[in-house]
Write a protein that binds this ligand. Structure first.
Ligand code: GTP
Ligand code: MG
Length: 196
């Protein structure tokens, strides 16, 4: 997929700062450090569009990235990582409220990409996030990233375990991804375009 333009738009602290052009939005939710920013960079083939770090919990606002590719114009919305312990309880609540407001009310929101680390069994936070999306009937797709960190022979087993631990609906897709290898990139673009 050729990318025509990819730009950071805004770190939105609240709804008054969301874009008003109505383009489809894809939100990325994950625990901190799972690889949301890396995924955005790989999808857009830009090395440093989204800031990556080995220090968890730096993403505190809704970061909007506007992408124009051969087929569509859309936003990626990089979310605060959930389940990050080293912030105050109050701060966590504030982020949670903002994220929740967005997910429940944002009209251009087209799909949530729930990004999970394929190496490990989904955590209680991952399960709670999935369940919440399911309960509110929010369109979603699971992206199992860091595939390069386990051997190929283990992929299917891990995906199966992920599906059962999250208690996924049979219609929910899980896309195996690696920001390192570019694995899953075409498939994820197909999934996004298919839901616009
Ligand atoms: P926060 O914004 O801090 O919540 O993190 P994030 O979810 O945006 O994760 P980020 O993309 O910053 O990646 C965290 C670390 O994992 C970085 O050191 C990345 O280089 C690494 N990483 C991310 N995705 C992959 C992947 O697919 N494979 C490998 N090997 N490393 C990855
Ligand atoms: Mg990030």
């Amino acid at each position: 997929m050729k990318i025509k333009t990819a730009q950071f738009i805004i770190s939105a602290a609240g709804p008054e700062q969301y874009p008003v052009d109505g383009l489809p939005e894809f939100a990325l939710a994950a625990r901190s450090n799972v690889g949301k920013s890396s995924l955005i960079n790989k999808m857009t083939l830009r090395k440093n569009l989204a800031h990556t770090s080995s220090r968890p919990g730096k993403t505190q606002l809704l970061n909007y990235y506007k992408i124009t590719n051969e087929r569509a114009e859309l936003y990626f919305v990089d979310f605060p990582g959930y389940g990050y312990a080293k912030v105050s309880h109050k701060q966590r609540e504030e982020w949670g409220k903002h994220a929740e407001f967005y997910l429940l009310n944002r009209e251009p929101l087209t799909k949530v990409l729930l990004v999970v680390d394929v190496r490990h069994r989904p955590t209680a936070d991952d399960c709670a996030m999935y369940e919440w999306l399911y309960y509110h009937n929010i369109p979603r797709c699971i992206v199992a990233t860091k595939a390069d960190k386990i051997s190929k022979s283990k992929w299917q087993h891990h995906l199966k375990q992920m599906r059962s631990t999250l208690n996924c609906d049979s219609h929910d897709r899980i896309i195996l991804f690696s920001s390192e290898l570019g694995l899953g990139r075409d498939q994820l673009w197909e999934e996004l375009h298919g839901s616009i």
